[in-house]
Design a protein around this ligand. Structure first.
Ligand code: KIV
Ligand code: ZN
Length: 539
């Protein structure tokens, strides 16, 4: 009986790193490998040890210190490669050698041109069969977990593919991978390949069949899923789908397809899906490859609704337009974005969440002002909404604080120091303060806290580039919290320190608006009356 567990073979650190420009340093690789272990992938392909000392070191360190998943090392069907893989893996407790050779006629002609492999195609094929036999046996002498891949299987002549797989199984391979190396196959064809292999290869039921798909035609995930439907029980994939050329099948998409359509596939994975978004962010920042906002599952817009009709539906019941829960993949369930397509329902329900109630008599005016502002701005932030609802102009959304001046002093060997001048709307006064920190952003935030006299926690700070090139804007998103309630500030600026300060002030304004709407009292310098200076509650 074929198992209903689909193993996730994660190859971000090997095939993913082959994406042009995606190379990661050793400490980033180790950090990612630990995260992949938390994500509960079954196998981490940590690298290709013979290819460079850095790859060797990465495999060796990951095998040695990352617990949980099997750690795999790649090797060609060459003795020195298998030796290097074995050497790099030797201190690991759960290890796999993954050996591969090109099997399509195109690969045979291009890679085995030398006379020692024979002159005719048949002779070259025989040479490949011998190499597979030798290298799988060599690998099996090192570890009992050996994977064989018939590179370019998607374009390999089927009779030869069956012969190669038979040899690999006979030599002791425990996993047989049938890669669509060039992303050439379409799902029906790829599934048929698995069906043929399952029907014609000897002892195939004793090995795990694996899919490995590239995305040259945008079909990597579809092909991987077709392979699973045809009996594959291992999927090779990468975080964010990064990899050679157009990339590999994206782990988060494959996993969520198997999860959301579990009944259809009759399978499951062991992935901790709530860690998908965090893992995606980590890989994006290590590689410098941004995640497109519309990327399935982990993109910033994957769970946000802008069109009014969608917002209305989602506010009533998320199932109307969502097939999975944002929180199940570690995304923000509140991601309703307000923009020009949003309707009244989205607007007023967001205001209600912000604690701002707009009377029936003002609703039309507030809505019209919102629509006018939405025509000017791509995205409307909460602060804009508050300003509109409170009768201020949308383009000067100052409620409690306005940052009138910021200067930052930092550089090699200096303690970063920031000076701010913060205007307090409630008292019509200004406060100038200086803050220091480990970095310029921390110094700015300390100075603002001092000037606002506010006590709260900083939950997260994220920065991304908006647009391209040197003059791209930095967009900072900051989350602060008080008594478990979160307040967000988002700001864009070509100067990332200014964006950081603006986002923080915006979050503080939200916090103050919330305090006011929930009945907290303020004194003019912004320190809450109900709290002592040490944060203890006064009676
Ligand atoms: O795409 C491919 O064929 C590979 C092999 C090494 C499995 O990455
Ligand atoms: Zn590949």
């Amino acid at each position: 009986m074929i198992s209903d567990k689909v193993l996730i073979f994660e190859t971000t650190l090997r095939d993913g790193e082959q994406a042009p420009g995606a190379s990661m340093n050793i400490s980033e690789k180790i950090r990612i490998a630990h995260q992949l272990a938390q994500l509960n992938v079954d196998i981490i392909e940590a690298g290709f040890p013979i290819s460079s000392p850095a790859q060797f070191e990465a495999v060796e360190t990951i095998a040695n210190e990352v617990e949980g998943p099997v750690v795999a090392a790649l090797a060609r069907t060459i003795e020195a490669d298998i030796d290097a893989a074995g050497e790099a893996l030797k201190t690991g407790s759960k290890t796999r050698i993954h050996t591969f050779v090109g099997t399509s006629d195109i690969h045979l002609k291009a890679k085995f041109g030398a006379d020692r492999y024979g002159k005719s195609l048949d002779e070259k094929r025989q040479s490949v069969l011998n190499m597979v036999d030798r290298s799988v046996r060599q690998a099996c002498a090192i570890t009992d977990d050996v994977e064989f891949s018939a590179e370019d299987a998607g374009r390999t002549e089927v009779d030869f593919l069956v012969d190669v797989i038979n040899v690999a199984i006979e030599a002791g391979a425990t996993t047989i991978n049938i890669p669509d190396t060039t992303g050439y196959c379409v799902p029906r064809e790829y599934a048929a390949l698995f069906k043929t292999v399952r029907e014609r290869c000897l002892n195939i039921e004793n090995v795990t069949l694996s899919v490995h798909c590239h995305d040259d035609l945008g079909l990597a995930v579809a092909n991987s899923l077709a392979g699973v439907l045809a009996g594959a029980r291992q999927v090779e994939c990468t975080i964010n789908g990064i990899g050679e050329r157009a990339g590999n099948a994206s782990l988060e998409e494959v996993v969520m397809a198997l999860h959301v359509r579990g009944k259809l596939f009759g399978t499951h994975t062991g992935i901790e899906t709530r860690l998908l978004s965090a893992t995606s962010k980590m890989v994006s920042s290590a590689t410098g490859f941004p995640v497109p906002p519309n990327k399935a599952v982990v993109g910033a817009n994957a769970f946000s609704h802008e069109a009014g009709i969608h917002q209305h539906g989602v506010l009533k019941s998320r199932e109307t337009y969502e097939i999975m829960k944002a929180e199940d993949v570690g995304q923000d369930p509140e991601a309703i974005r307000l923009g020009r397509h949003s309707g009244r329902h989205g607007l007023f329900s967001r205001l209600e969440k912000l604690g701002i109630f707009v009377g029936e008599d003002r609703k039309e005016d507030v809505y019209n002002e919102f629509v006018a502002l939405a025509d000017l701005k791509k995205e409307i932030f909460d602060e804009d909404l508050i300003a509109i609802a409170q009768g201020q102009k949308g383009d000067s959304p100052i409620i409690h604080y306005r940052l009138d001046h910021l200067s930052v002093n930092c550089g090699t060997g200096r303690v970063p120091r920031a000076e701010v001048l913060l205007y307090h709307g409630s008292s019509d006064t200004s406060c100038r303060k200086i803050g220091e920190g480990d970095g310029p952003v921390e110094a700015i935030y300390r100075a603002i806290d001092l000037a606002a006299g506010s006590r709260h926690g900083l939950v997260s700070y994220a920065i991304r580039s908006v647009g391209e090139g040197k003059d791209a804007m930095g967009e900072v998103t900051v989350l602060i919290s008080e008594h478990g309630t979160l307040f967000r500030g988002i700001a864009q600026h070509t100067d990332v320190l200014q964006a950081s300060a603006n986002a923080y002030v915006q979050a503080l304004n939200q916090l103050e608006a919330f305090r006011v709407s929930s009945g907290e009292e303020f004194v003019s310098d912004g320190i809450m009356q109900s709290f002592g200076s040490d944060g203890s509650q006064k009676s």
